[in-house]
Write a protein that binds this ligand. Sequence first.
Ligand code: NAD
Length: 480
Amino acid sequence: MERIQNFINGVFAEPTKGQYIDNYEPASGQVYCQIPNSTEEDIEAAVIAAEKAFPIWSAMSGEERGAIMMRISQGIEKRMDQFVAAESRDNGKPLSLAAHVDIPRAVSNFHFFATAIEHVSSESHYMEGVGVNYTTRKPIGVVGCISPWNLPLYLFSWKIAPALAAGNCVIAKPSEITPYTAYLLGEVIKESGMPAGVLNIVHGTGQSAGDAIVKHPKIKAISFTGGTKTGEYIARTAGPMFKKLSLELGGKNPNIIFADCDFDDMIKTTVRSSFANQGQICLCGSRIFVERSIYNKFKEAFVARVQQLTVSHPSDPNAKMGAVVSKPHMEKVLSYIALAKEEGGTVLCGGHQVNLPAPYDNGYYIAPTVIEGLAYDCRTNQEEIFGPVVTITPFDTEEEVLMMANSTQYGLSATIWTSDLKRAHRVADKVHSGIVWINSWLVRDLRTPFGGVKASGVGREGGWEAMRFFTEAKNVFISY
Ligand code: NAD
């Protein structure tokens, strides 16, 4: 069976202790490769390599670093088919999704930050008659990037690219559930001419490799995307070490639909914002609030469309939804559907596992599920499920829907559907979230701040926000 390797100091390497863990294919439920179960010894080796590389990498001009990163972007693009197939196999998502969203976005992430570094300017603050302040921004040194399984290479590269562009050396750990495209990235890095040790990719569990990154005294900043509980642990561990922290965490996003919206556009987009990537996007709108006057019309049209979504194995060109990422995750999602019923919810469609014929009969498939009749403050409507499950709830007034929308501990994104411009701005202003889409969903401009409020995270990624996170500011004052 294939064993993937760590990528440390420019070469592929076995884990120091020689231990491996199984990697499952969600489509079939079968183990298809093994990945290093890395330990603190591997992280130590990566940190030594990164420290050695830092003076070389940080001394290069932004243009020189950008040129190498452009080659990485092109290298992924050249191997598009290989990356697409690997991402789909590792995660369970339809091939078409990996081909249209995940891998093109990884290409763009490297491209975007490779060029961004050439446009960074620093600030100065003039004090009339007194002097001038100018601010320099220097790379931090060795930084850690830890990413989740839902958009594997997409989110991995979203962290790594700004860290590298700013001149840092990186210890990166992809999710142990979806490590394969991060492994392939090592090949591209080798061909790009990037000096050894600048980017080190270490595989393994959160408890072992992840924890060793968080606790390593020479890793000065941690950029993390994942669950809120893990983020809380990382903050608790790294905070007292005075590490810089960027935490992108869970969500329970409201999708607020007013009666005056463009109904057809809204329905089409709402199917996507509910079930894209099997509902496993942190930005999916899992709580749908519909103005009462169109509630029944919405319910009928929405459920009819959802029932047409084909759940199939990821390489089936007709698949609109593939497998969820793992058996434990499938069981978690199914347990939430059971909870919703206990809490008095009515399942309008889905609500069960989908069994496909061999060789996919042990795969992790769940029918897209729509539930109504739940109180806004029940557990199903408050806790993150992160799967193909949405609830629909009617509302009467703007105040009421804002109260319900803002009632969770989360605040990542929100979607608002209305043709009333004033209302759109008013509701966007009052909704507790870091990102709002009006009459749209998941339109991404890589320059914009990305992140959440409350338990959805601390800090922002994207554009200058990311470049600022991965640098330290120094203010210098010159007296007249
Ligand atoms: P997770 O927190 O279990 O794992 C994320 C990463 O952290 C993995 O690489 C894991 O190995 C590592 N990790 C786990 N325990 C660790 C520890 N103690 N120390 C260091 N690292 C550790 O999350 P997941 O299940 O992989 O991802 C799903 C979650 O991610 C959901 O809650 C989802 O909302 C969230 N997410 C958020 C965003 C965002 O931008 N806000 C984007 C995608 C996913």
